[in-house]
Design a binder for this molecule. Structure first.
Ligand code: FMN
Length: 357
């Protein structure tokens, strides 16, 4: 039976389908519960939350499902946990975006004490909560963290965009590798080389990662129906992680403007851009991306650019301005049909079954 894989056995799932986690507040408890209760793995991205926020999310999920779920974090890359920038760098980062602040009538913000929560506090909280699964991107957790996961029975899932990254994760003792192809929505989660040099597509990446590691491999990027899932399984993956199709469902925390874009003809054109966060990520193309093109050298790096553009988001949404906000999307968006997570999950299982039969 195609649903019986190393991943479904290890994580006690009914089908090898993982709802990918979303950072920046786009994950939702409703979505995690719908997917985990359907027999897949629901995941919540807690990268934007501090310890108290992560505790509240885990409690809400546990109150509504006994089934397997994942909490997801970003491993600090370079000085991203506490970026050091000069007053001059801060000023020029603000100046670049000044026309947007002025146009949307948002005052230029004062420099915050920090640009996001402390990773050490986040990871300690995750360990304390012992979720069934801890997944992460942008690197490898410390040996101490991975040891504590192993002792606590927390399964670990690490993302790789190249076979070298996969090998590093597996050698460190990570339980499963999420092989993330260039088609995927959101950030390119490379950590050994610049993401621009790690643009392998999902179907080429899966067998390379399968050959490089002994642990189970999960495919991510570009899948939105049974054909994609079947192709990934045939290529050697033990499960499929799907992001964009679940992000488009009403249970996610995506805004109605973003969701409408995912179902529109505009989603046929997605682009990898550093414009919104300072890190390379895939979004539906819009005017902001064009305006920042060629300015990559003067854009603030992550997380400063992410923090600055986030200050514009509510005013842009209130004004219905899809031309200035991030519209994260994978290349599979034109295949989307489902608006409810349980229906999408049922379709994915039935369609994979049909193709594999
Ligand atoms: C809006 C958005 C945010 C994401 N945030 C995260 C994240 O915080 N952590 C993570 O591991 N993956 C993140 N991802 C990747 C997804 O979990 C998943 O691997 C990816 O979307 C799969 O490709 P697809 O979009 O083509 O289905 C994000 C994806 C999107 C679209």
């Amino acid at each position: 039976m195609w649903t019986d894989t190393r991943v479904t056995r290890a994580l006690r799932l009914d089908a090898p389908i993982i709802q990918g986690p979303f950072g920046s507040g786009l994950s939702a408890v409703d979505l995690v519960v719908a997917v985990s209760e359907s027999g897949g793995l629901g995941s919540f991205g807690v990268h934007h939350l501090d310890g108290a926020g992560i505790r509240a999310v885990a409690a809400s999920i546990r109150a509504r499902t006994q089934r397997t779920f994942a909490l997801n974090l970003w491993i600090p890359l370079g000085d991203s946990d506490d970026p050091q920038l000069t007053a001059e760098q801060w000023r020029s980062a603000c100046e670049l975006l000044r026309p947007y602040f002025d146009e949307l009538r948002v005052p230029l913000p004062a420099r915050p004490v920090r640009f996001g929560p402390h990773y050490e506090e986040q990871v300690e909280t995750v360990l304390e909560l012992t979720p069934p699964v801890f997944s992460f991107v942008f690197g490898v957790p410390s040996a101490g963290v991975l040891d504590r996961c192993r002792s606590a029975g927390i399964a670990t899932l690490g993302a790789a965009t190249t076979a070298d990254e996969a090998k590093l994760l597996a050698d460190a003792g990570v339980d499963m590798i999420v092989a993330t192809g260039f088609e995927a929505g959101g950030h390119r989660v490379s950590f050994l080389r610049e993401p621009e040099d790690c643009l392998t597509g999902t179907l080429a990446l899966i067998p390379q990662v399968v050959d490089a590691v002994k642990v189970p491999v999960i495919a991510a990027g570009g899948m939105a129906d049974g054909r994609g899932i079947a192709a990934a399984l045939v290529a050697g993956a033990q499960a499929a992680q799907i992001g964009t199709a679940f992000l488009a469902c009403e249970e996610s925390n995506a805004t109605p403007l973003h969701r409408a874009k995912l179902f529109s003809a505009d989603a046929r054109r997605t682009t990898l851009t550093r414009a919104f966060t300072g890190r390379l990520a895939r979004s539906v193309h819009n005017e902001f991306i064009d305006a920042m093109r060629g300015k990559e050298r003067i854009l603030a790096s992550y997380p400063v650019q992410a923090w600055l553009t986030a200050q514009l988001k509510s005013a842009a949404l209130a004004a219905g301005r899809a031309d200035v906000i991030s519209l994260w999307s994978g290349q599979g968006a034109p295949l989307l049909k489902h608006h409810r997570a349980r229906e999408l999950f049922g379709f994915l299982v039935a369609d994979a079954q049909r193709v594999l039969a």
